[in-house]
Design a protein around this ligand. Sequence first.
Ligand SMILES: C[S@@+](CC[C@H](N)C(=O)[O-])C[C@H]1O[C@@H](n2cnc3c(N)ncnc32)[C@H](O)[C@@H]1O
Length: 272
Amino acid sequence: MSAGRDYLLGVSEDELERLKFQHEVWRPVTGAFLDRVGLRRGATCLDVGAGPGFVSADLCDRVGPSGEVTALEPSPFFLDHLQARAKADGRSNLKGLLGKVEETALPRAAFDLVFVRWVIAFVADVEGFLEKLVPTLRPGGVLAIQDYYYEGLSLFPRGGAFDGAADAVRAYYRSVGGDPYVTGRLPSLFKRLGRELVEYAPHSLAGGPGSGVMEWGHRFFSRHFGSMVEKKILAPELGDAMLADWVSHRGNRDAIFFSPLVVDVAGRAPAI
Ligand SMILES: C[S@@+](CC[C@H](N)C(=O)[O-])C[C@H]1O[C@@H](n2cnc3c(N)ncnc32)[C@H](O)[C@@H]1O
């Protein structure tokens, strides 16, 4: 990334694969949100912090060849993947734009939808970030955000070291200036920015060993408890104990993993 703090979860082939899997697990939730915000064919979209472009491709399919999607992403590695895949799939209406929101000149009144999934929880100045995005919307355009309200994470049966995992993840996000409860702040921020809140819907997924959601959890915790130890967010013994608790639940057919809450938040710009 060009400047500022690096993306907390890292830019690597592993992270790309994790994002791809994450997209498949959460795709029905994102798809239902996009259905409700009413994205029409021919619309123009900005996918903010697009990563390798899994949502960008879905947005392209929704707007069709008469619409256009701009994918803004600061990692050249992710953006290269996005552009190579767009070329291979013949998606000529997907454009890549390299940069961070805070440092990129964005066109004014250009988009019907600005979509931001799993990005703002990493951002230190959320208000400044949204202030930069709002002028890019056309009158009547929608700012749609999906991100955490980091509650609800749970592993049943309870009682093991993993019960402390939510606190550790929240500290991990805060270590880069992020806010794991960021979606709680959005209704008042939207009001301040003159957006009418048209959607506010929390979602949790749950499942046992072998389910998509538990595998999604595994791809995060099996890597990031170690990073939390490196950052001194967790003592090494506690990181090991959390991982061991997680692994033992994965081998227990009766275990259930509950995801943290992901909230759909959408605000509409007043039509002129
Ligand atoms: C968890 S990934 C989510 C990717 C994609 N939105 C998705 O839902 O699959 C977060 C992405 O946000 C990007 N990002 C982080 N900070 C950003 C910023 N300030 N402006 C634009 N993108 C940012 C990262 O490079 C990373 O690709």
